[in-house]
Design a binder for this molecule. Sequence first.
Ligand code: AHR
Length: 503
Amino acid sequence: MQRAKLSIDPAFVVAPVNRRVFGSFVEHMGRCVYGGIFEPGHPTADDAGLRGDVLALVRELGVTAVRYPGGNFVSGYKWEDGVGPVEDRPTRLDPAWRTIETNAFGLNEFMEWATKADIEPIMAMNLGTRGLQEAIDLLEYANHPQGTALSDARIEHGAKEPHDIRMWCLGNEMDGPWQLGHKTAEEYGRLAAETARAMRQFDKDLELVACGSSGRAMPTFGAWEATVLEHTYDVVDLISAHAYYELEGDDVASFLASSVNMDLFIREVVATADHVGAKLSSAKKINIAFDEWNVWYLRELQRSGMPEDWTVAPRLSEDAYTVLDAVVVGSLLITLLRHSDRVTAACQAQLVNTISSIRAEPNGPAWRQSIFHPFALTARHAQGQVLDLRVDAPTLDTTKHGAVSLLDSVATYDADEGTLAVFVVNRDPAQPVAFSTDLRAFGEVTLGDAVMVWDEDLFAVNTMDDPDRVVPQPHRSAEVVGTSLQAELPPASWSMFVVQVSR
Ligand code: AHR
């Protein structure tokens, strides 16, 4: 059997675990909002129409922050349509997803949901069909306490307290030709800078995110970030990155190594941002908001095409996730955590029904998809500091990424609790690996939880009728021998080991 070893030492720290890395995304797309988090009349819905069964799963998932309301949707959205008496709200066409938007759910409903879900809101603004004035109007409506037309309108609409939204995205994927109001880097950079500057005149401490590339394969990638940051460096805090991965044909090995691509993407954005910082002689560092990432069977959506008819909340991209997808999601999260010094926020896209961890049927049950499990376990157990590991593992040849390390791994250490958590993926689709890690630097250790996401059938999925077909399994081979953690990692598996350190 192949062997792989990790070296872990609590003295070598990358950065604290940033809780915002466990963010998610709610877009007015398909049934994420309508029939997802919001379904008046559902047996578990509260007076506001918020589904209680979905809320319970969102809490269990451990989501900390949610980006809203889009996505491509936001680039044609008028936020004013979604506030005030529901009966007065206009019905509109949403060209991004070719659907009818009733506006029954808007900013104040989202904020009520966010409070109940105990998550931080991340608000995206429309810089596609709109601009500076609408952005500062929204900011005033949302965050100003009272005594102005817009803040008093919010109070009249039932939201007495200001929402105090701290993190704002300056548009969405403005580099993409599919985006309403798509712009060149020069055009967008200028607009983002003037909008950010104006927002800071209201509140200098806001955290602002400039649009980076909507994918590493975009022809403008790299140049886009450089130009946008040359305009915005002093007035934004973060730049976004988006990445979606899917199994292509039967190339399981390349799919399992998707995080190699994400890792490269992060390092290239960091290098570009630091290059601009150097040119500007700035001591400031721009961090990354990886505010859309997931496995997404986008080719399937492209094949089936957008809905022909304009309807309300059609089923869109309701991907049924497999065991294999869950392993890849676990691996992507490992990669985001490993870059905690520069990736300070991330949002898995999306939360419910559309490209989601949680599925919900109209008037029916809600359940956890396979990808729910690695996310929930990581969000719960990754605490304290991210440690800088050394990996000694064989490589594996892949068609898309060349030779890659067999292991993808990260460890976190919570010194207060004396808890070390190790997350590791065996990328080999066919062979197990004998895994060990020397924990001498921690002193005396005992094994706590040891679980894995793995199955004989890589393509098993959870469904409404069989919602627990894919669940984490105990890692029976795991043991601590002396100061060494040892286990056999099955092929194509995600594992988590929690180790208690005696102090
Ligand atoms: O999350 C689905 C879509 O993917 C978003 O609307 C868009 O920003 C991205 O292309």
